[in-house]
Design a protein around this ligand. Structure first.
Ligand code: ADP
Length: 482
């Protein structure tokens, strides 16, 4: 694969300040999702190398935490500049290994960089408190200190942003961090690490290990030197990691699965609702944890909305994301294709109506035709499971109470969206929805200043925003007797 700066296509891991291969020499092949061709191979690391990375991180963190926040912030700002200069190469890597269209990949680079800028700024605002003593001969001080060595395990659907959203607050607060990117998308992570190195990050504060998820994951979770794990991925894997972290009582941030409802009320602005659904549902071909999964439409607007949505979906262009005219890339793998097909099949068998799409795309491979399905109801798999693909299932509803109940009928609680021009609904419905984030008249809600995260089985903790910094800090209270 061709990059303007070939040094950003890296087939080594960053461990102990060196670019290394696996002890065993074993490698893992990285494929272009659109074509199936091998782009590169990366080291297949296991427990031993991970253990060394952890020990090295501990040493590195001792020096890093002693630097001033201003010094740490300066390096982070330099890292942002280098990322921006390498935007095209990074976007190509994201598109090749992850599949999203180039325009979305460029957007992800801007989004990823925004977290580094934000936390570089926040670094200087990590303040404590002086408390009123209950005893005249005592003084109380509260400070915040970095948690120590952190680990990040990240998914393939945002190969850059899910890394910077964890790494930036860790580094800004004075922690060291070891990243294990998804096996499908390690190249973006490695390129980011090289740029971090160039920006002046000291050896060992950011290390990247690729390879066997189980072996690396077990070491990161069980090793008592690691004080915090931040994970983004499936609820199932999150549960496993949480259990593995229990014996050493690690701090945890978990960003897990979602099952986002979109509610379109009769009084919605139709154009705004369709634009919001398209943005939320078809971004990354439906493969984000905040993608609309269930679209509830009030009876009065159902016919108009379904017609308008079908037209918008039919205008999507499917293909290799490296082609600038494409806005729907491939799905990540065959397992994803099968899941999408099985959800469609289940709904049609139970009486839903196919409005457009519904099948694999003629291009073959992992391309799926963008799909709209009508007359979906709560008995179907769409209601309960995250589809993670380019399928918009439309449910009908009558009353606010009914739709709020449907929307909350899930163990997930990440993002929800509502479309309404009624001010009362704009306040009351988000209050009643059991979700960590609610979009009102918009399908795009994520940015660096907002707290991203879910409730129920969608996870623990918040990323981004001023709240995201606290996840990497411990509170220390000092009581001084005079
Ligand atoms: P997805 O279905 O998106 O692949 P996963 O939760 O399986 O979701 O993957 C997200 C991340 O978790 C990836 O980096 C993957 O390698 C990692 N992972 C998967 N299983 C384990 C495990 N048992 N231990 C540690 N990491 C894991």
């Amino acid at each position: 694969m061709k990059l303007d700066n070939p040094a950003l296509l890296i087939e080594k891991n960053l461990v102990e300040g060196q670019w290394i291969g696996a002890d065993s020499g074993a490698t893992l092949s990285v494929k272009n999702v659109a074509t199936g061709e091998e782009i590169a191979s990366v080291p297949l690391l296991g427990r031993a190398e991970t253990q060394r990375a952890i020990a090295y991180a501990e040493q590195a963190q001792r020096e890093w935490k002693r630097r001033t926040a201003t010094e740490r912030a300066k390096i982070l700002h330099r890292w942002v500049s280098l990322i921006e200069e390498s935007r095209e190469d990074l976007a190509r890597l994201i598109t090749a290994e992850g599949g999203k269209p180039l325009a979305e990949a460029r957007g992800e680079i801007a989004y990823a960089a925004s977290f580094i800028t934000w936390f570089a700024e926040e670094a200087r605002r990590v303040d404590g408190a002086v408390l009123q003593p209950v005893n005249a001969s005592q003084r109380y001080v509260v400070t915040k200190q970095p948690v120590g060595v952190c680990a990040a395990i990240t998914p393939w659907n945002f190969p850059a942003a899910m890394i910077t959203r964890k790494v930036a607050p860790a580094l800004a607060s004075g922690c060291a961090i070891i990243v294990k990117p998804a096996e499908q998308t390690p190249l973006t992570a490695l390129a980011l690490a090289r740029l971090g190195e160039e920006a002046g990050l000291p050896a060992g504060v950011l290390q990247v290990v690729t390879g066997d998820p189980r072996a690396i994951g077990e070491e990161l979770c069980q090793n008592p030197t690691v004080r915090k794990l931040s994970f983004t991925g499936s609820t199932e894997t999150g549960r496993t990691l949480m259990a593995q972290c229990a014996p050493s009582i690690k701090k945890l941030s978990l960003e897990l699965g979602g099952n986002a409802p979109v509610i379109v009320f009769d009084d919605a602005d139709l154009e705004q609702a369709v634009a919001g659904i398209m943005a939320s549902k078809f971004r990354n071909s439906g493969q984000t944890c905040v993608c609309a999964n269930r679209i509830y439409v009030q009876r009065g607007i159902y016919a108009a909305l379904s017609d308008a949505l079908v037209n918008a979906v039919n205008a999507l262009k499917v293909g290799n994301g490296l082609d600038e005219t494409i806005n729907q890339g491939p799905l990540i793998d065959e397992r994803a294709m099968n899941k999408v097909e099985s959800h469609i099949h289940d709904a049609l068998e139970k009486g839903a109506t196919l409005l457009t799409g519904g099948k694999r795309h003629p291009l073959g491979g992992n391309f799926f035709t963008p799909t709209v399905i009508g007359n979906v109801d709560q008995s179907m798999r769409f209601a309960r499971e995250e589809t993670f693909g380019p399928v918009a299932p439309l449910f009908q509803f009558s009353t606010d109470e009914e739709v709020i109940q449907y929307a909350n009928e899930t163990e997930f609680g990440l993002a929800a969206y509502i479309f309404t021009r009624d001010a009362r609904r704009q306040w009351l419905v988000p209050e009643a929805l059991e979700y960590g984030m609610v979009g009102v008249n918009t399908g795009l809600i994520s940015n660096e200043v907002a707290p991203f995260g879910g409730i129920k089985q969608s996870g623990l903790g918040r990323e981004g925003s001023r709240f995201g910094m606290d996840e990497y800090l411990e509170i220390k209270y000092v009581c001084v007797a005079l």
